[in-house]
Write a protein that binds this ligand. Structure first.
Ligand SMILES: [Zn+2]
Ligand SMILES: [Zn+2]
Length: 356
């Protein structure tokens, strides 16, 4: 009891008059307002180990009530507020609620099994940092009475929401996936693929264009579905799911990290939807508005060799359109008969060219 007694006296300082000190065998459940003179700089953080794209960082230090080591997550992504540069490049701030998570025994006869770790104390810190420069030290300040009453419930709710961030986002992604699928289905690629005879009637240039448009549409559509599947269900391997929690100190940030990944995947799914829709529209336009290639015109040619006139069967020329220019000296002609070979006619012998 002597030990508990001395701890009691040590813990009770002027600024905490009115706060019940806590020692081994006692558990409190209280919100602690840190006074302006509290040494908030003694709280440590791992901001420097997080990149520019961080989802959050950890704060650690002594619990102001039980004085045991404790650490907490400061989830910055989605929750950080922008502020004017404070002169030292800190352009983001956030009021975060820290709950004592010490591993000491604070159970007692009245409270034999604590619901959580720690002594039950909870306090607020205002942290500010630079969003793009990890080397700028994080500033930690007390949150004063007039701000605390407004911030506390919200900060609590934010902290409680972290573990379910991924699930929440996957729910959102699933709904967006359905919406995207519906939009892409409007310009349905599947039905376009059935128009075989329509395809064959197109001129070669348009056929190439249609194939290119359909290829983009089909591949784009596959990418849209793949990316949105990843966003709403995650990568289909356990290894992927476990990887982000393998790094134990950051495991508490994993739901946020994975939610951010899912969000990025949803955005790239959106990105792929754009070329998919454009290519589908191009394919539809080609099929609807480009008419069938004109049938090759047929002619029969009459040649005079000496006194004998001969007339060919109906056929077509290669690279010559009759009546538009003088008959060239050599003319490639193919009779419209299965298996007929192309012959070269001497232009000077040709007397008439008739359509047929
Ligand atoms: Zn403790
Ligand atoms: Zn504590």
């Amino acid at each position: 009891m002597a030990d508990a007694e001395s701890h009691h006296h040590l813990a009770l300082t002027d600024w905490r008059k009115g706060i019940a000190p806590v020692s081994k065998g006692k558990r409190v459940s209280q919100r602690v307002l840190l006074p302006p003179e509290y040494p908030t700089g003694e709280f440590d953080d791992d901001r420097t180990t997080m990149g520019k794209d961080m989802v959050g960082f950890h704060l650690s230090g002594k619990c102001p009530v039980c004085k045991h080591d404790s650490s907490a997550v400061c989830a910055t992504r989605y929750l950080a507020n922008e502020q004017h540069d404070d002169g030292e490049s800190r352009d983001r701030y956030q009021v975060t609620a820290l709950k004592c998570a010490c591993v000491e025994d604070h159970t007692s006869e009245e409270q034999p099994a604590p619901l959580t770790f720690g002594c039950g104390a909870e306090w607020l810190l205002k942290v500010s940092w630079s969003h793009d420069n990890a080397d700028v030290t994080v500033k930690k300040e007390s949150v004063l009475d007039d701000e605390a009453w407004k911030a506390w419930a919200a900060a609590d709710a934010n902290g409680a929401a972290i573990p379910s961030t991924l699930t929440t986002y996957q729910g959102v992604a699933g709904k967006w996936q359905a919406a995207l699928t519906a939009i892409v289905a409007l310009v349905s690629v599947g039905t376009l693929l059935t128009g075989r005879s329509a395809f064959q009637s197109l001129a070669t240039g348009w056929q190439v264009g249609l194939i290119a448009a359909l290829a983009v549409a089909v591949l784009g559509n596959a990418a849209v579905l793949w990316k949105s599947d990843l966003a709403s269900f995650g990568f289909p391997t356990l290894k992927y799911a476990v990887q982000s929690v393998k790094n134990l100190p950051n495991a508490d940030l994993a739901p946020l990290t994975l939610a951010k990944k899912a969000e990025d995947q949803m955005w790239s799914s959106f990105g792929f939807a754009i070329p998919t829709i454009l290519a589908s529209m191009a394919a539809i336009a080609i099929l609807l508005f480009v008419g069938p290639a004109p049938p090759t015109a047929s002619y029969k040619v009459t040649e005079k060799l000496g006194t004998v006139s001969t007339t060919t069967p109906c056929g077509h020329f290669t690279n010559y359109v009759p009546y538009t220019s003088p008959v060239p000296a050599a003319l490639q002609f193919t009779p419209n008969i299965a298996g007929a070979e192309t012959v070269t006619l001497d232009g000077t012998n040709i007397t008439t060219i008739e359509s047929c």
